[in-house]
Design a protein around this ligand. Sequence first.
Ligand SMILES: C[S@@+](CC[C@H](N)C(=O)[O-])C[C@H]1O[C@@H](n2cnc3c(N)ncnc32)[C@H](O)[C@@H]1O
Length: 292
Amino acid sequence: MTTTEPGSGADPGQWSGLGQLERDLVLTDEDFTQIRKLIYQRAGIVLAEHKREMVYSRLAKRLRHHGLIRFSDYLARLARQPEAREWEEFTNALTTNLTAFFREMHHFPLLAEHVRQASGPVRLWSAAASSGEEPYSLAMTLLESLGPKASDARVVATDIDTEALARARAGVYPIEQVRKLDEARVKRFFQKGKGRHEGFARIRPEVSSLVDFQSMNLLAPQWPVKGPFDAIFCRNVMIYFDKETQARILERFAPLLKPNGLLFAGHSENFSYISKVFRLRGQTVYTLASHR
Ligand SMILES: C[S@@+](CC[C@H](N)C(=O)[O-])C[C@H]1O[C@@H](n2cnc3c(N)ncnc32)[C@H](O)[C@@H]1O
């Protein structure tokens, strides 16, 4: 099998050669075990046994970048340089950044109502912001529900993946991704690219100016964010952590929320079994258990 895209016009012989090179990299069971251990220590991510292929293909790029053919050499290199920038690349390569604008749509009317009723300047935190679709959806909701008062509101957006954050800061997305939004939102919040930007849409400054991006590891002993927040979005990242890690993070969220603040979880994440600090208030939305 070659990796040639249909209609790419590339010489198939040349591409099959590349594929061969990819498969020639040596990933032993020990290397895979070591990689699983390192990403768990660094990011809390529990990589399942069946993710071997994924690990191979994602880290292969890093090996090729360094001209290495053995994963053990790559790992030895990392071990020799605990402060190397390569650690960031290693982490970036092993995170999963899947996201979308207004993902889990049912959260947004609830958020809109919550911020309308808030007293004082509204502050929201997107704690696994990925490439920006989530924090920008929060900012759009602020603009829609608060009107001109949204200029006092802020969205703090953090993620461990510095490459995803760079894409988030750029705020430029393929037009197909943006077309899934309703037309009024596209018109109001995006600028369509022309010329060499054809096929892309950029978030308008009125939206991006509400969002502050910062790199942050949810496992870090100190978090650079300061509460209190009206709402924390921590969606579709806890699934990668074990229960102890999830519980520790939930305990740390609690003091950063306003007393009536909301915690939004992902569709397959259930925090009720993990910590007593939060109680379910609606579909995958939590409030502080201490708040009545
Ligand atoms: C699947 S995306 C979810 C994006 C968005 N919250 C959503 O639901 O659409 C998971 C994100 O969590 C981030 N992540 C993984 N481990 C992390 C950690 N230890 N600290 C902070 N972010 C992390 C990844 O880089 C990735 O961008």
